[in-house]
Design a protein around this ligand. Sequence first.
Ligand code: KIV
Length: 251
Amino acid sequence: MKQAGEKITCLTAYDASFSSLIDKAGVDAILVGDSLGMVIQGQASTLPVTINDMIYHTRCVSQAKQRAVVIADLPFMSYSTPVIAAKNAAKLIQLGGAQMIKLEGARLETVRFLVEQGIPVCGHLGLLPQLINQLGSYQVQGKTVADAQRILSEAHQLQDAGASLLVLECVPAALAKDISEQLSIPVIGIGAGVHCDGQVLVLYDMLNISISNRPRFSKNFMENSASIEDAIIAYHQAVKQSLFPSTEHSF
Ligand code: KIV
């Protein structure tokens, strides 16, 4: 799709009913994100989410979809070594039905090891929510020249380590554009501007049903939609046509 210039659409889901709706709407990929800690469990961060939580929700999602690719997050501290990562990724695949796993940061040795075991890996750079206790707050990353260069270099390193996909979260649109143009693997943005190869949003944010305030980079797709199905289709079409995100949803 990247080579053909077709934007890739992705939404998070955590249960069978939403998984089926998203799948039927034609969305390309479903991310079972550890954001479930916040939107499903009501936690203050993603840190309390366990591998068993992820297996349970991944299974709910994968059982209900027909065609969308299911990507599942490795949660906090479930990939502290390559072998631990492989054991937990195997659980997400064998018990949860995930087709690809996502992990945060430039964990190059771990990515290489997972890929060697035949596990497709999605990297995640920019804002890394699992580092919230080091970061202090959820802020845009890559604003200084040095930070932008570090993220660009890590993106290349993840691709070289064998990652098949990269999520870029909350980075300036210009940086995301450079990374998307330079990498051959698809780059999926969230708060990363319109020039990424695709977009992902947290489902509950774009349906405007999250407990917390909707982040600036998200959009309430229920506003002009008669149903949840319509809102998901509106998102899918807006991404395919590069109408979302606009500058008001970008940094
Ligand atoms: O957990 C999640 O939902 C994510 C997205 C924000 C990309 O990682």
